[in-house]
Write a protein that binds this ligand. Structure first.
Ligand SMILES: [Zn+2]
Length: 146
């Protein structure tokens, strides 16, 4: 069994899976600050959640939701090093933020039972796309739907 990882070692398998929790998450823009280390969850790796680890850079308008968002820097992002995300997509990596830990636990409880028996497989649950203008969009927001 691999240790928990925020950056999967292999190309994830694509397994679209509903995520009712992130769209319903109640988190303010002010919860995050420039310099914070965060992760955007993408799916399941073995028996753990995984996602893209990034750094919060500056406030930025999130056009897909027409709400305040955050500019993020993804060191592994290549052409998409800088993207803009909605605060509810972000989770503090520090591990000592109670609000983010509650969300992480809820996501783990919701998802991990769906993927038991996959051993170390890395699964991309298909929640996020990035627009040509560098806006990260959750599938629930892309449908125009809240
Ligand atoms: Zn937090």
């Amino acid at each position: 069994m691999l240790p928990p990882s925020w950056t999967p070692p292999s190309t994830p398998a694509f397994a679209p899976t509903p995520d009712p929790l992130t769209p319903a998450r109640d988190i303010t823009h002010e919860h995050f600050h420039a310099g914070d280390q965060i992760v955007v969850l993408k799916g399941v790796a073995g028996s753990e959640l995984w996602g893209d680890a990034m750094r919060v850079v500056a406030p930025s308008w999130h056009t897909p939701t027409d709400e305040d968002g955050w500019r993020l820097r993804n060191a592994d992002g290549g052409a998409q090093t800088y993207i803009t995300a909605h605060p509810r997509y972000l989770v503090h990596l520090s591990g000592n933020c109670p609000d983010c830990l509650i969300y992480l636990r809820a996501m783990a409880d919701h998802l991990l039972p769906k993927f038991t028996g996959h051993d170390d497989a890395v699964i991309d649950c298909g929640w996020y796309t990035t627009t040509a203008l560098g806006q990260l969009v959750h599938i629930a927001d892309a449908r125009g739907g809240r």
